[in-house]
Design a protein around this ligand. Structure first.
Ligand SMILES: *Cc1c(COP(=O)(O)O)cnc(C)c1O
Ligand SMILES: [Zn+2]
Length: 420
């Protein structure tokens, strides 16, 4: 059962069949999935969703596949929780964390988009899948395509973090490290996609892939009790996640699943790669490409494919943008770990640090609900923090060594030294 009408050009609105195409032949606009919302409305309800699987596939009617899902049965449906410790530290009263650092199977929100992309790639008859990745996509395509029995080619910038290389290579893909930055990797992949019959999840089947990001937004609304937060802080690389969260909220409203969308979407980037935030600041209608230089490699896209649409979504929502330095990113990672017990990667550090800034500036008022989007896991980007978290106490295996080494540590509370 399909609820998809076809693909539609975002610019000139020309219609295309549901094939592996992604740009309009007439105006070079990007293509987007077009749904039959009347048909969806006649079958979808809160109750139907609540009774569905505990994965992204509970929203299957709003995803661009024709048959049954075949990949990613456990992707998504990650925790959303109230972050009161962090809120207290930031002087706020209603903060939430949506935590995709524990998304199945590869610990980032990319597991959502890949589950949709690979299901679609199989429907379209592809035997080989591929991607251009800033890190997390590499791991997710490698893992989920391994499970699905597809041939897989993964293209990454050669200077990627060790944890992300290992986190891809272990699944035995064809991993290609390109001597260049992500934008150069992406350009190369577009050429390869034009030559071989491969499904590049984020290039020629991008219209389907990108729809998977809506599930992050659907879950936020459902888990908050069928409402959207007043504020949402979203990390931005290509801009797709932000655009699709906004779309998700508005689809829920269109279908009567929530009453209203009264949410401001805030874009979070690293100062070393902030083309979208810069365009918002300068009130510019174009995105000026930049050469990325930041530890937040998962967000290091200097020429973001959906940058302009991300700007539009932020403006339409009444939101804003914020950029932070590498030092602030490290502090953001440590702050979330210390207060909420969550170890996020550099992208999460960006989101936390930008949230802190926007609260301090009063852009996010202290009494208005706010969801912080955590999208990846810190174990993959250990080099970002390893020099900033101190060292273990080193002792001999004796009680005496333990006490002489630790009793005088001023950072340890006196109460721990009570004898039994
Ligand atoms: C890819 C990625 C993003 C941003 O995704 P876009 O949709 O390209 O903006 C955010 N966080 C993490 C951890 C990512 O891997
Ligand atoms: Zn067009």
């Amino acid at each position: 059962m399909s609820y998809v009408k076809g693909l539609k050009c975002r610019e000139c609105h020309r219609l295309y069949p549901t094939e592996a195409v992604y740009v309009c032949e007439f105006c070079f606009g990007s293509l987007e999935v077009d749904y039959d919302y009347d048909k969806i409305k006649s079958v979808l309800s809160r109750r139907k969703i609540e009774e569905g699987p505990k994965s992204i596939w509970r929203y299957r009617e709003l995803l661009p596949i024709d048959g049954r899902p075949t990949v990613g049965f456990h992707a998504g449906f990650t925790p959303l929780f109230r972050a009161d410790n962090l809120a207290r530290e930031l002087g706020h009263s209603e903060l939430y964390v949506k935590d995709d650092s524990v998304c199945h199977p590869t610990l980032s929100f990319k597991d959502r988009v890949v589950a949709v992309a690979l299901t679609k790639a199989k429907e379209l008859g592809f035997k080989t899948v591929a991607c251009a990745s800033t890190g997390n996509l590499a791991g997710s395509v490698s893992a989920q395509a391994a499970w699905a029995g597809l041939n897989r080619f993964i293209f990454i910038p050669a200077d990627l973090e060790h944890g992300k290389v290992v986190g891809s290579l272990t699944y035995a893909p064809n991993l290609v490290a390109v001597e260049g930055n992500y934008d150069e990797v992406n350009r190369l992949c577009a050429e390869i996609a034009a030559r071989y019959r491969w499904a590049f999840v984020n290039i020629n089947i991008r219209p389907y892939y990108a729809e998977g990001s809506k599930t992050y937004g659907f879950e936020v609304a459902e888990q908050l009790g069928w409402r959207t937060p007043r504020h949402l802080v979203v990390p931005v690389a290509s801009g797709s996640l932000l655009v699709k969260i906004w779309k998700a909220f508005n689809e829920f409203k269109k279908l009567g699943l929530i009453d209203s969308v009264d949410s401001k979407i805030h874009a979070a980037q690293a100062e070393g790669c902030s083309p979208v935030v810069a365009a918002l600041r300068e009130k510019s209608e174009i995105i000026k490409p930049v050469k990325p230089k930041t530890i937040a490699k998962s967000l290091a896209i200097g020429n973001p494919a959906d940058g302009i649409y991300a700007c539009d979504a932020v403006k339409e929502s009444g939101g804003s943008g914020g950029a932070v330095t590498d030092a602030e990113i490290v502090e953001g990672i440590k702050l979330l770990a210390r207060t909420e017990g969550i170890f996020t990667e550099t992208a999460g550090g960006v989101t936390v640090a930008v949230t802190k800034k926007l609260i301090e500036k009063g852009v996010i008022p202290k009494n208005e609900s706010c969801v912080i989007c955590i999208t990846g896991n810190g174990l993959k980007t250990q080099e970002a923090v390893s020099d900033h978290i101190g060292k273990p106490y080193k002792i001999k295996p004796t009680l005496e060594s333990f006490e002489t080494s630790l009793r005088n540590e001023s950072t340890i509370k006196e109460e721990v030294w009570q004898s039994r």
